[in-house]
Design a protein around this ligand. Structure first.
Ligand code: ADP
Ligand code: MG
Length: 207
């Protein structure tokens, strides 16, 4: 069974992880997205659609009035089960936050630099769950790209406390790692900005 992005987001959001406001549209009527704040992001979802951007199944920077046409284009190429329309988060440093269940060590929290450069950079830190707040801060400080958190392209520093809070929500005492129905999952990217973090992608990793 595939657990879709919006379903993972509903679970993590209920646990306190900030996610974009969004709606799921299964037909051709995008009226449910009318109340979302532009710019909007349109994402097709379906059983075969794991890496959405590689399949041109993600469109950023849309107006409400553009949704139908862009969705029609995706529907012509892909066979989506539906669409997730969500508000587009502001800029920030793209991080990855993941939970993996190692057969020998058990639940392990992963964080590092995320987004499109994840594989190229391989800049991540791992800790066994449950982590402490000090672990969370040390994980971030240990990244080769840690300096990005101090200020991004001359911009203001990232809200590191919000990143730490998110890491604790996933990997800390009583965190999401204890929720077996979530199995292994990856939030990539989490956009870390000057005033908060937001998980704009969430993927359940079928085990
Ligand atoms: P993929 O399945 O390719 O990982 P994502 O959902 O991560 O698809 O979307 C691809 C990229 O689009 C993300 O890495 C991020 O930069 C951007 N993105 C996706 N959703 C949002 C959003 N709600 N707000 C801002 N940027 C987003
Ligand atoms: Mg992603």
């Amino acid at each position: 069974m595939t657990i879709y992005e919006h379903e993972v987001k509903a679970l993590i959001s209920a646990a306190g992880v900030p996610v974009p406001r969004g709606v799921v549209v299964r037909g051709t009527d995008f009226g449910a997205a009318r109340d979302l704040a532009e710019p909007l992001v349109l994402k097709a979802f379906g059983a075969g659609l794991v890496h959405k951007s590689e399949n041109q199944a993600v469109a950023l920077g849309l107006r409400f009035s553009e949704l139908e046409a862009v969705a029609a284009g995706m529907r012509a190429r892909l066979e989506p089960a539906g669409f997730l329309v969500e508000e587009q988060a502001g800029p920030g440093v793209e991080l990855i936050v993941g939970l993996v269940r190692d057969p020998a060590f058990g639940p392990v929290l992963l964080t590092g630099l995320g987004g499109v450069w994840t594989e190229a950079l391989r800049d991540t830190a791992l800790r066994l769950c449950p982590i402490s707040e000090q672990d969370a801060r040390r994980m971030l400080a240990s990244l080769r790209g840690a300096a990005l958190l101090d200020g991004w392209r001359g911009g203001p520093p990232v809200d590191v406390d919000a990143v730490v809070k998110l890491l604790m929500t996933v990997g800390g005492p009583g965190g999401l790692w204890e929720r077996l129905e979530l199995g292994e999952f990856e939030l990539n990217p989490v956009i870390a900005g000057p005033s908060g973090v937001i998980a704009v992608d969430a993927r359940h990793l079928p085990g």
